[in-house]
Design a protein around this ligand. Structure first.
Ligand code: ATP
Length: 510
């Protein structure tokens, strides 16, 4: 598709039209940045969660799961630093009255210069063809070097302002870079202010300040406060991990881009507890392992990249993001952080309970260090869904829309289609449907011409269409049509479950 914006609109429209994702409370005109997963979306999302759980919990004997409550003691958020520091710097444009995140304005500006670099590289590739040496081109081309110098300068100033919490410096950087509001086109900005992202609510019937609870902005703290419970009851030995999938809530200032930035979303987080001093080695391992998990979906490697953090949170000694090429550019999909002993130490301090581990090999107690892997379920849905969606021009010139999801993630694995609605074919097709149902999600469809039914299944990502025709009644075999190649094969019904199983294999590295 020619234009990124048009493609993104198509992604949103397709998700709604086929029952993947609806705006929340739509009949009341919606609720900003909140979405509901429809009948197919919930299947896709559950399949992604299962793939993660399997890779992280089932496939690691030293990682166990947890499901902690959303409501937690309010002091937890004081200890974690969220009450005082879970802020985003916001800035308003006085003409359009639109609100922005100051850091995002600057990052978007940097991304535009990065795009220019990529364009130069593309030009070079076209010009030099086979003999093109990309690394040398990047290291020597004057225009690339000029852009890169600009990027480094901006990065330097930006990281410095963020590290020193210098809000005036951030505003000055926005002014110096001549960043304009995309709506009004002006540079008439307010000062930068900090805004806390946590939602507060009240517990019980007596309303005073001490009853203020927060909806958790991340699932991680539920893991830290259960560290000793899990370690002792599970007799866990370091290194070990605790994994959790659950809802998180953030009052995002700028919540656009569909399910990329929501106010209620879902995270899959794993905290890996290690011996102090070994954390950077584990950080490296998890960084690599998590990228391999993503690559297992079969999406090309150049859709992913690492983004190592320049600005480290005060508690971290290494951090990287795995970014994905979304329809609107490369953005964070997962964060991997080496969080030192910050969280356990703070909870020890605030709760008065010692959160330590006795290491029998060293014969000493210590506060474990933590490597965290934290990924958004919804962002993963968006990455996989948008990458899978394409319009294909067929040999006869017609266009089909196909959602090439990995079979393991597809909402329906197969659709059973009687060729016609008579001659005993629907009954036979129902038999096939019931044969497969206990093992996989199967849809039955007898409405419209077979070609239209194939298109409907292509559009929702069903990898196999199983057609029951008149011959089926004689040879007890069906035609299996493959979604991506559109090729057809005749398969005996007795062999069908095994045939499909073989082709809905677990995802690589997962
Ligand atoms: P960003 O910089 O995009 O706001 P973040 O660095 O605040 O993200 P983390 O706190 O590291 O994000 O959260 C871990 C993961 O949770 C992110 O990589 C992302 O996939 C997901 N996530 C965070 N905020 C949101 C949100 N508002 N909507 C959907 N997913 C989110």
């Amino acid at each position: 598709m020619a234009n990124q914006d048009d493609f993104f609109k198509k992604v949103v429209a397709h998700a709604k039209e086929y029952g993947f994702i609806f705006p929340s409370s739509e009949i009341y005109d919606g609720l900003a940045a909140v979405y509901d997963y429809g009948q197919l979306g919930v299947e896709l999302k559950n399949n992604i969660k299962q793939a993660w759980w399997k890779a992280m919990v089932q496939m690691h004997e030293n990682i166990v799961g947890l499901d902690s409550a959303i409501f937690m003691h309010p002091r937890i958020w004081k200890a974690s630093g969220h009450v005082d520091a879970f802020n985003d710097p916001l800035i308003d444009n006085k003409d359009s009255k639109k609100r922005y995140r100051a850091d995002v304005l600057i990052e978007d500006h940097i991304a535009k210069i990065e795009e220019k670099v990529e364009k130069e590289v593309e030009k070079g590739r076209k010009r030099w063809g086979e003999s093109f040496d990309e690394a040398q081109f990047r290291a020597t081309n004057p225009r690339v070097l000029e852009h890169q110098k600009k990027i480094d300068e901006i990065h330097g100033r930006y990281a410095d302002c963020m590290n020193r919490n210098d809000l005036e410096g951030l505003k000055q950087l926005i002014l110096d870079l001549e960043i304009v509001c995309p709506i009004s086109g002006t540079r008439n900005w307010t000062d930068v202010r900090q805004f806390n992202l946590m939602f507060a609510t009240k517990m019980g019937s007596v309303i005073d300040d001490s009853d203020t609870l927060y909806l958790r902005p991340e699932t991680a703290q539920g893991i830290f406060v259960n560290f000793l419970n899990v370690q002792k009851s599970g007799r866990m030995k370091i290194p070990f991990g605790i994994a959790q999938i659950g809802k998180a809530f953030r009052n995002e200032i700028v919540a656009r881009q569909f399910i990329f930035r929501m106010r209620e979303f879902e995270q899959m987080e794993m905290q890996f507890f290690v011996r102090p001093g070994t954390e950077l080695e584990w950080f490296k391992r998890w960084k690599e392992e998590r990228l391999q998990w993503h690559l297992g979906f079969g999406i090309p490697a150049d859709c992913y990249r690492y983004h190592d953090h320049e600005k480290l949170a005060h508690y971290a000694n290494a951090a990287t993001d795995i970014e994905f090429r979304f329809p609107f550019g490369f953005k964070e999909l997962e964060g991997i952080h080496s969080r030192t002993d910050f969280d356990l130490s703070r909870h020890s301090e605030f709760s008065g309970k010692k959160l330590q581990y006795f290491d029998p090999e060293l014969n000493e107690s210590y506060t474990p260090y933590v490597i965290e892997t934290s990924i958004g379920v919804d962002r993963t849905v968006l990455a996989i869904f948008s990458h899978a969606l394409k319009d294909e021009t067929l040999e006869d010139g017609s266009v089909r829309t196909v959602l090439s999801l990995p079979a393991k993630l597809a909402p329906y694995k197969a659709a059973v289609l009687p060729l016609v609605k008579k001659d005993g074919l629907p009954e036979k097709a129902r038999e096939v449907q019931h044969l497969l149902m206990p093992d996989m999600m199967v849809q039955y469809d007898e409405k419209d011409a077979i070609g239209r039914r194939y298109r409907r299944q292509d559009a929702i990502g069903t990898p196999f269409c199983i057609t029951v025709d008149n011959d089926t009644l004689n040879d007890n075999a069906v035609t299996v049509r493959h979604r991506d190649t559109m090729q057809q094969e005749r398969i005996a019904i007795d062999n069908l479950p095994a045939y499909l199983h073989e082709r809905i294999k677990p995802i690589k590295n997962q």
